[in-house]
Write a protein of this length. Structure first.
Length: 355
């Protein structure tokens, strides 16, 4: 049989595969917004055990932010892995793989192949790209092509050759579903033009939300200083909660206040598992029944620290873990999935040695 880097070419498959690909750019330590918006859902998927999970550390795409200080990437990759481990993602499970993007050469080749069929106009219509271009008008070409590069991330582990019953899912929030359609377009276009290689990815929409920043003005982001990190100490959490934005019209404990758009109550609803306590606090705050901002922030700080305590404990334990071995193992399994995909793409696009 033909081989790629010493590996046998994929033969016809009998059993369908169910795979999940999702990831994060390694641009900094993770925070509560990452947990609510992604990690909580990832942990649920891994624990159910119905999918092969590929959790991608997008260090190459992080260069769109850290190109001037690339030495920072090694540290940030380690920090993100520690955050993942701390919240309960478990690469010791047979269905879980931590994948370092830069160490999968096949995805670079797949990205280049997709660039040959992606159209300039449709890339430029990407809403996320348009929004970011307003912030960085001198964006690099690496940034400009990231929608195509992300499609390569997804499809590098596409079950190949595709058969009925195969699934390739990407966990996203409801607002991200249209963005994933471009990846589906590329797969559909390739399959029609060259022949079936890719299983069209589908959005896996769960209870994924967005957590506002502590300032209440934007989504949580370390870069603008409104984030509570998963690695923050109890003292730091207490300080950040104390400074959180609330309802400016709630001038006294006897003044009715807004809880719907109040960051303190948004966080309580997300992290306080005592729903009756949240309901009681909400009622008292809404009606001005003697509940001040300091008191409700005290409750929130306590609940956040209760949530973070086991995360902190796991982090201490994993500080001594061999992160490199975790990444090598998961990345190798991703390459085992990617090599047949790239081999099929080469054959379909006739980028192989002639007979």
């Amino acid at each position: 049989m033909a081989t790629v880097e010493g590996r046998p070419e994929s033969s016809a498959r009998i059993n369908p595969k169910r795979r999940v690909l999702t990831g994060m750019r390694t641009t900094g330590e993770l925070h509560l917004g990452h947990y609510v918006g992604a990690l909580k859902e990832w942990e649920r998927i891994q624990d159910e055990g119905n999918f092969e999970c590929y959790f991608l550390l997008a260090d190459v795409q992080a260069l769109t932010t850290h190109a001037e200080n690339p030495s920072l990437l090694t540290k940030l990759v380690r920090e993100v892995v520690l955050d993942w481990l701390s919240v309960g993602l478990d690469p010791d499970l047979s269905n879980v793989n931590f994948v370092l993007q830069s160490q999968v050469p096949e995805r670079y080749e797949l990205s280049q192949s997709f660039l040959m069929i992606a159209k300039y106009g449709e890339v430029m219509r990407n809403p996320t790209l348009k929004e970011e271009l307003e912030r960085q008008p001198n964006a690099t070409m690496g940034f400009m092509t990231y929608p195509v590069d992300q499609a390569a991330d997804v499809y590098m582990i596409s079950p190949t050759p595709p058969i009925d019953g195969d699934e390739l899912l990407v966990p996203v929030g409801e607002d991200q579903v249209p963005h994933l359609e471009f990846a589906r377009v590329l797969a559909r276009r390739f399959n029609k033009k060259y022949g079936p290689v890719f299983v069209e990815c589908s959005a896996l929409v769960g209870e994924i939300g967005r957590l506002v920043g502590t300032d209440g003005k934007a989504k949580m982001s370390k870069s603008i200083g409104n984030a509570i990190s998963l690695s923050d100490s109890e003292e730091v959490v207490n300080k950040k909660v104390k400074g959180m934005f609330t309802d400016p019209n709630h001038v006294s404990p006897t003044t009715p206040g807004d809880t719907e758009n109040n960051p303190v109550f948004i966080y309580l609803r997300a992290f306080d598992q005592d729903t009756q306590e949240v309901a009681d606090l909400t009622e008292r705050y809404n009606t001005g029944a003697g509940l001040g901002d300091v008191a409700v922030k005290t409750v929130l700080a306590k609940r956040l620290n209760e949530f973070l305590d086991p995360i902190r404990q796991r982090r201490v334990r994993y500080e001594r873990a061999n992160i490199r071995d975790i990444l090598v193992a998961g990345t190798e399994r991703a390459r085992e999935s990617a090599i047949p995909v790239v081999q099929a793409v080469r054959e379909k696009m006739h980028t192989v040695y002639p007979a």
